[in-house]
Design a protein around this ligand. Structure first.
Ligand code: PRP
Length: 183
């Protein structure tokens, strides 16, 4: 097993590219079945999801679809419904569209909770979520439970395959977990 040293932490290889490809294919197959007669719009949440999204859309079978990108920062402001800051705003009309939000990881679920409400507010016909990784133990918003999951993980820090450490290491083809007790 490969390890990577970064800023005093040791990361251990957890999912290799062939395992990731199987997980992605299983998600793509489910979406291909569910959206056979639809024309979904994939809304890819930058930055982390771009790697998973690129593999996912190419693994679909006979799904006529479009893709667009969004980058948000979510926080709780004065409003009890929370606030979304659009760093890269939505470029495409989602009114009357079947939207699939694509994430690299769903953690607390805040980002998805807010994005789903936003898409519905813009008139999306349906909004579902596909994510490579999901931390069920960390979920704080039940409506953010993803519909399509590559793999569930416990509360561990992961990098690679789009997931970063201070902006770096997204390009690693495997997913690595931090080794406990390092640093
Ligand atoms: C990560 C991830 C999700 C969000 C998940 O993004 O890509 O968008 O956090 O966390 P949540 O479920 O608690 O909302 P991050 O803000 O790290 O940005 P990045 O994708 O650019 O790395």
């Amino acid at each position: 097993m490969n390890t990577i040293e970064e800023q005093g932490y040791t990361f251990q290889e957890w999912l290799m590219p062939d395992q990731i490809a199987k997980d992605v294919q299983q998600v793509a197959d489910q979406i291909s079945t569910d959206y056979k007669d639809k024309e979904p719009l994939f809304v890819v949440v930058l930055n982390g999801a771009f790697v998973f999204a690129a593999d996912l859309i190419r693994a679909l079978k006979d799904v006529r679809c479009e893709q667009t990108f969004i980058r948000v920062s979510s926080y709780w402001g004065m409003s009890s419904t929370g606030q979304l800051e659009f760093i890269v705003p939505l470029q495409q009309v989602v009114d009357n569209r079947d939207v699939i939000i694509v994430e690299d990881i769903v953690d607390s679920g805040l980002t998805i909770h807010q994005l789903k409400a936003h898409m519905r507010g813009l008139g999306a016909t349906s909004v579902r979520v596909a994510t490579m990784l999901f931390k069920p133990n960390k979920l704080e918003y039940d409506d953010a439970r993803p519909d399509y999951v590559g793999r569930e993980i416990s509360d561990e820090f992961v990098i690679g395959y789009g997931l970063d450490f201070d902006g770096f290491l997204r390009n690693l083809p495997s997913i690595y977990k931090v080794k406990e007790g390092t640093k």
